[in-house]
Write a protein that binds this ligand. Structure first.
Ligand code: GLN
Ligand code: ZN
Length: 748
């Protein structure tokens, strides 16, 4: 019985990688220094995995930015515009852009919060092993070997690589990246032969794309690719790893019939992998790498259950290897570094280092058939009876009739057609950031902090009055992060001190841990919002983060369905909205930027997800009076599968990104039956560019082709917190001017 893991965090326990790359980018350190840090981090991971007693250790899981980008460089899928540069400069230009050359696109890695750099290929792309004998997987294999550690190089599988790639601009319509498979397999063949030559006994090929719905031709491509790789005369043994869900039976059948020696399945995110495995008759001549320790969440493994799962699989396979469900890069590195977790929580957790220990212990328990230490000592999650009882009896599904609400709000708010507003945050100046940091470090008193924040709020309100906006915001100066801010105030959530996880490149996040029943001990936003409202006669919009987003950007308890946890968060938000209303706030926005990203990978699982996601939003918002206007906001314009759900949320006003797609979304939403207010972002806040008044007017006129003026709102694409004041002020001035001109045309 062997043990392994699919990958390990690359960022360093003290975020060494972040500081080293940022020093390099800023010119504070040279390439040698960066490479030295990389080598130290890799050596550290390999030796600690060996010392922990893990049998098979992965390599090539390190990256200066992203493993998909590494793969693009490895196979020379480098678009022409970067070819003037070389080495690290080229690499980072692809990731982040340089002066006139924009970076490659970036998007989410499956349903995680990790973002990868999207490969860009076209019919002219010719793959080749760019660095030959110096290719990164080979170099890292040798580097580990020089330390006396045998490793298993990890590669992104050729199918997944191409399925995640996008066609370059100008490629013929019928071109699909997958058309390039044969050329890519040539390069993988060469690489595998070279790895074998260097002494690699195993190679791991990651094919997580196999846990999503796959077309027949994609399964055929899988078969072709692995038939070719399997037939190579001189190659390491091949392990094809899948994760983040349940593999399709068609895909597993192909792998079972192929010559690959091992298949990895995720039994945490995909418990029905057990059934799929049985349905194809098992893998009688292969090794199963059984992902039974959760690589994506922070809970300690129920080792008895994991052991039982492994035991039940033994009869279906030739060999079994105990492993993590996916790479551990999605969890923080070391629980031992946490000294401030509330009692009862830490005992329930395991981070990457602890999870390696669990894998090792499980392997030993299975091999030697020794009993596992008792896990029952971990305390259960906190229970809040009151919250549970209220949720049982509350029917929070329905607001009043839409038409009646519209009328009531028209009267209560007295807003013009084409009402103007913003999405919530205003620029976060260094002064604000400093005040928050000083408060955290105890360098300033609570009174001083409150004064600084109030001054900022007053400034933002005065600015909005001066600009002539219709629905104002307080600007969110007190929030560093839209989830963490609420998590810190809710019972049932804990914060870590060092629990960093890579989001993309050198950007790491520290997701809060939702560990118990969620409850709101006291109002969370009422004071700031009512202070802002006291300064103006215009309505100030309260600003909350929705239940789905509160879950999506946290580590969430796995001892009850997500739907139940979402309802607890929703109840807290419902109470917050009631308190805001009671304090005189007439407009409340509940942001749900993560609604689309939690969408399950398989079509069949989507309706159930959307059902609870929509239900939680409605539970949060349906207590509001007809006269209270509920807004929601999403940061994208490609709604695809969720477009129907937008209407079901039943917000009075929905703001979305639309400037880049030239307002097309307005028509799409209408066509999907959405009949309430729409605030298509009329300019892109992701760049400092100031949009001309005429340009915004044009966008408004285009939107008016699909929606009546009384339902159209005028706002930027997203919050303004990453922008500076000069461009923000200029842009908003043009926004208000444009709204006024179009309004005048309509009424006059
Ligand atoms: N209200 C938030 C803000 O303006 C919304 C951010 C978001 O949706 N990502 O910053
Ligand atoms: Zn947004």
């Amino acid at each position: 019985m062997n043990t392994t893991i699919l990958g390990y965090p690359r960022i360093g326990a003290r975020r060494e990688l972040k500081f080293a790359t940022e020093d390099y980018w800023a010119g504070r350190a040279d390439a040698d220094a960066l490479h030295r840090t990389g080598a130290e981090l890799r050596a550290d991971v390999w030796t600690s995995l060996r010392d922990a007693g893990l049998d098979a250790i992965p390599s090539n899981t390190f990256s200066f930015y992203d493993h998909m980008l590494d793969t693009s460089v490895l196979v020379d899928a480098v678009p022409e515009r970067y070819r003037k540069l070389s080495g690290l400069d080229r690499y980072f230009a692809m990731a982040r852009g340089v002066q006139d050359v924009p970076p490659l696109e970036m998007t989410k890695w499956f349903d995680t919060n990790y973002h990868y750099i999207v490969p860009e290929v076209g019919p002219g792309t010719r793959f080749r092993l760019a660095d030959g004998a110096a290719a990164k997987p080979l170099a890292e294999f040798r580097e580990a070997r020089a330390l006396g550690i045998e490793t298993r190089p990890v590669l992104v599988g050729p199918l997944t690589y191409l399925l995640l790639a996008k066609a370059e601009e100008g490629a013929p319509k019928e071109f699909r990246p997958l058309d390039l498979l044969d050329g890519l397999v040539d390069v993988y063949s060469e690489l595998l032969e070279r790895l074998a030559g260097a002494g690699a006994k195993w190679v791991q090929l990651d094919e997580p794309a196999l846990v999503a719905d796959r077309k027949e031709e994609e399964i055929a491509a899988l078969k072709r690719a692995y038939a070719r790789l399997g037939r190579l005369t001189s190659r390491p043994r091949l392990m094809v790893a899948t994760y983040f869900g349940t593999i399709g039976a068609d895909a597993l059948r192909v792998l079972a019939a192929s010559r690959v020696e091992a298949v990895g399945l995720d039994f945490v995110a995909g418990p029905s992998n057990v059934d799929v495995l049985a349905s194809v008759g098992g893998l009688p001549r292969k090794t199963l790498v059984a992902g039974v320790v959760d690589g994506r969440n922070v809970w300690r493994t129920d080792r008895r259950r994991a052991k039982a799962t492994c035991a039940s699989l033994l009869g279906l396979v030739d060999q079994l290897v105990v492993s993590t469900s996916c790479s551990l890069m999605h969890v923080p590195i070391d629980l031992d570094a946490e000294t401030a977790l509330e009692p009862g929580v830490k005992e329930r957790l395991a981070f990457a280092r602890q999870k390696v220990g669990e894998v090792v212990a499980l392997g030993r328990a299975l091999r030697e058939d020794v009993p596992l230490p008792d896990d029952a000592t971990a305390p259960p999650a906190t229970v809040n009876r009151e919250v549970r009882e209220r949720l049982e009896t509350l029917d929070g599904s329905q607001r009043g009739d839409r038409g009646a609400r519209f009328e009531a709000q028209q009267e209560a708010l007295g807003l013009p057609v084409l009402a103007t507003t913003t999405i919530g945050s205003f620029p976060q100046t260094s002064e604000i950031r400093r005040a928050r940091a000083d408060r955290r470090a105890g360098r300033i008193s609570e009174d001083v902090y409150i004064r600084v924040m109030k001054e900022e709020i007053a400034r933002v309100i005065a600015l909005q009055e001066d600009l002539g906006l219709d629905v104002l915001v307080h600007g969110e100066p007190e929030r560093n992060d839209m989830v963490q801010y609420f998590a810190e105030q809710l019972d049932g959530y804990a914060a870590t001190q060092h629990g960093w996880v890579q989001s993309y490149g050198s950007r790491y996040v520290r997701p809060p841990i939702l560990h118990g029943d969620v409850a709101r001990p006291r109002p969370m936003t009422v004071e700031w919002t009512t202070y802002a409202q006291s300064l103006t006669s215009k309505p100030v919009k309260g600003m909350l983060t929705g239940p789905v987003t509160m879950l999506a950007w946290s580590f969430v308890r796995d001892d009850q369905p997500l739907a139940d946890t979402a309802r607890q968060v929703a109840l807290a938000l419902r109470d917050e909205i009631a308190d805001l209303e009671a304090a005189g706030i007439r407009v409340v926005q509940v942001d749900e930027p993560a609604l689309r990203e939690l969408l399950p990978l398989r079509d069949a699982d989507r309706p159930a997800y959307l059902d609870w996601a929509v239900g939680a939003f409605r539970l949060a918002t349906s207590g509001a009076a007809d006269t209270t206007q509920i807004h929601t906001h999403m940061c994208y314009s490609e709604f695809g599968e969720i477009i129907g759900a937008i209407g079901a949320l039943d917000a009075d006003v929905t703001s979305v990104e639309a400037a880049r797609s030239r307002m097309e979304l307005v028509g799409d939403l209408r066509a999907a039956g959405y009949a309430n207010g729409i605030g298509p972002g009329v300019y892109d806040i992701h760049s400092p560019r100031v949009p001309a008044t005429e340009e915004i007017e044009e966008n408004l006129r285009r939107a008016l082709l699909a929606v009546e003026p009384g339902r159209l709102w005028v706002n930027p694409d997203c919050g303004l917190k990453t922008r500076a004041y000069p461009e923000t002020e200029a842009s908003l001035r043009n926004l208000v001017a444009a709204a006024r001109r179009v309004r005048a045309e309509l009424t006059g």
